[in-house]
Design a protein around this ligand. Sequence first.
Ligand code: ADP
Ligand code: GN1
Ligand code: MG
Length: 372
Amino acid sequence: MKETDAFFNELVTHFALEGTYVSCIRYGAGHINDTFRLTMRTGRGETAYILQRINHRLFRDVGQLMHNIELVTAFCRQSVIAAGGDPMRECLQMIPTTAGESYYFDGTDYFRIYVFIEGATTYQAVRDPRDFYESAVAFGRFAALLADFDASQLYEVLPDFHNTKVRYANFLRAVETDVCERAREVSGEITWVKEHKSLCGKIVDKIERGEIPLRVTHNDTKLNNVMLDNATGRGIAVIDLDTVMPGSLCYDFGDSIRFGCNSAAEDEPDPARVHFRFDLYETYLAGYLSAVGDGITEEEKKYLPMGAILMTYECGMRFLTDYLEGDHYFRTTRARQNLDRAHTQFKLVDEMLAVYDRMLAAAIGQTAPKKV
Ligand code: ADP
Ligand code: GN1
Ligand code: MG
């Protein structure tokens, strides 16, 4: 992959940017796109941007993906302005190409540039429960905002993204094909996934029966996809809008729990360090319910804990599938990283299932809400 100054220097000339190129360095910890912090210099000083090479092995139709992001960012911008906020910090702001497009194709790869949101941080783990509470408020507000967004305007860029039954079928195919001959080594993990197969339909079937509504949702609500203001601690911007598509609130809630309520890192190699933090689950629940508004149905509330279990089961299954297929989907920086990621998810599922009744009681308001 081309990552030289000469390459980036030429690349940025295709965007409507002010100033001269200074540097472009790898940034963040996303698993999907290649993200860089780009610095440009003008007479007024240096300005930072986020430059991304879009993963087009995954997003096959970048035009459709960017169409979605243009619409969603424009919609967010309007609502931030209406609320008297700062649209440059409170939503993703795209820099168009010199041809007025939202992305640039250089013949091989697709690139986009966003304004860099300054004075805010994305966290890779919960350090302070208050941060987690604020992330919940930000994602809850984002869900409430999207309630007014017309779903028919969006392309479903990754069909069946959170269809756990389809994910399970993909997993079985990877086990059978076993292209890397790794299935024998992980036979215990494969058995565990199969033993929990009955989880797969828990939410998908309810959506199909119309008992849980399909909404426009974020679909990738992990902690490092929300920016917290360094001065106030408030969640100011929800980012990584690639997967905004039809989905369920239970999934969005659940994915935040999957990532944030882990006592260790997502790829922790020592399973003994991985535990489900029930206290943080309560914290997130309180923040999310305070912000998501009255739109959430009683049935959705009842399925929030199952959303957490399912997102964790599904993600573990996806990590194991990727390990079996040779680590082509999620970015890895070391051998067996996807396997470690799968192990953390399976451990969390076991621990969540053990306290499921308490999770449910908290979600439907049978225990006092957590004070933060
Ligand atoms: P991926 O899809 O690979 O997860 P993201 O869009 O989430 O990529 O970006 C990766 C990281 O880059 C984020 O977690 C965040 O730290 C940082 N980032 C992304 N967009 C911005 C932005 N506009 N301003 C500041 N940081 C950003
Ligand atoms: C990916 O893009 P990122 O790193 O925020 C993945 C999510 C997974 C997550 C696991 C488009 O999220 O679905 O839950 O990794 N995104 C996509 O950490 O597949
Ligand atoms: Mg991300």
